[in-house]
Each structure stands twice: as C-alpha cells, then as structure tokens.
Write a protein that binds this ligand. Structure first.
Ligand SMILES: [Fe+2]
Ligand SMILES: [Fe+2]
Length: 187
C-alpha cells in the first residue's frame, strides 16, 4: 500500500547516484581480491540503476523532457556498459585499470548530472506523485535480485553468485527482471 511519505522513483535514483559515486571511490582505493569484489558490486549497482531508468524513467520522460534528451542518455548508458565490460576484461590488477576506471567515473557522473538537470525535474513536475511512487517498484524489484552489499562474512547468496560475471550478462539479466515487472504492472 502506497503512502504519501513513501520514496518515489526519483528519490531512489538520486540516492543511487550518490551510492554510485561512493562505490567508484571505494573500487579505486581497494586492491586485489577486495577490489574485484567491489568492482562486481559496482557492476550490479549500475545494472540495477540503469535498468530501472531504461525501463520506466526514460520512457516516461520521452514526452516530457524530449526525444533528444532521452536518446542522449540511452547512448551514454550504452557507452558506460561497454566501458565496464572493457574494464572487466582488462582485470582489476592491470596497470591501465585505474586510469580507465577514472575515465568511466567521470562519464558516469556527467551522465547522472545530465539526468538530474534535464530529465528528473521535468518528470517530477509532470507526473503524478502516485505514479512516481509506483515506478519505484522497478528499482525495488531489481535490488531484490541483486544485493550490492551482501553482509560481510555471510557469504554470497545464490542470487549474487549468479550475477557475478561479464557486465553485459549482468545488465541483461537485471533488465529482463525489470521488464517483466513493468509488463505485469503496466507502468
Ligand atoms: Fe542513467
Ligand atoms: Fe541515473
């Protein structure tokens, strides 16, 4: 049951923008196996975040913020996914990893800034609070299958294990889950 105080989709996505920035810094600061784990967490978080935006936010924003704005955001998301794949293939111990992670961080932060300036305000202005709260379900369903912060020492769940791997596969898996949610919720 929705309540007026429940966070809407934009609240959740803004919080994730901050979480994404923090995780880039954590990956950059870590080394070895810890860096690999944190990089996998970053892949899952970005996959959750961009899947929700791709499936519910960008389609809703198309008529409000304009085709060009939305197409530019989708293009940036696609580029980020491929840059993540290149980093995954390179490996966290490669001498070029740091410089390429920093370049991706800049691109992802710029992308988030564009969304916050050009897309989210129009969406919030022109969409009912009730619908924005319903759209938050897309973020929650993706987070439910893809915990980005397993409890330390608890071991990874079967779900999390399944979602470790090439970024393109992780993105596809989470996108399918959010798409199923959207189709069964008609939003
Ligand atoms: Fe995005
Ligand atoms: Fe975003």
């Amino acid at each position: 049951m929705s309540t007026a105080t429940e966070q809407d989709v934009i609240d959740l996505l803004l919080a994730q923008h901050n979480q994404i920035k923090t995780m880039f810094a954590e990956v950059a600061a870590a080394r070895g196996e810890r860096r690999r784990e944190l990089f996998n967490d970053l892949v899952r978080l970005l996959a959750v975040h961009e899947a929700a935006e791709e499936q519910v936010v960008h389609p809703a924003a198309r008529s409000k913020a304009g085709e060009e704005v939305v197409e530019a955001r989708l293009h940036e998301e696609d580029e980020a996914k491929h840059a993540l794949s290149d980093l995954y293939d390179l490996g966290v111990d490669h001498p070029e990893f740091d410089a390429r992670l920093a370049a991706l961080e800049k691109a992802v932060v710029d992308h988030a800034t564009h969304e916050e300036r050009e897309e989210f305000p129009r969406l919030r202005q022109e969409t009912s609070p009730e619908r924005l709260r319903r759209m938050a379900g897309a973020v929650r369903v993706a987070e439910a299958i893809s915990p980005t912060r397993p409890h330390p020492g608890a071991g990874e769940s079967a779900t999390a294990n399944m979602l470790v791997g090439p970024p393109v596969a992780v993105f596809d898996r989470i996108r399918d889950v959010v798409r199923d949610w959207r189709q069964s919720n008609k939003d």
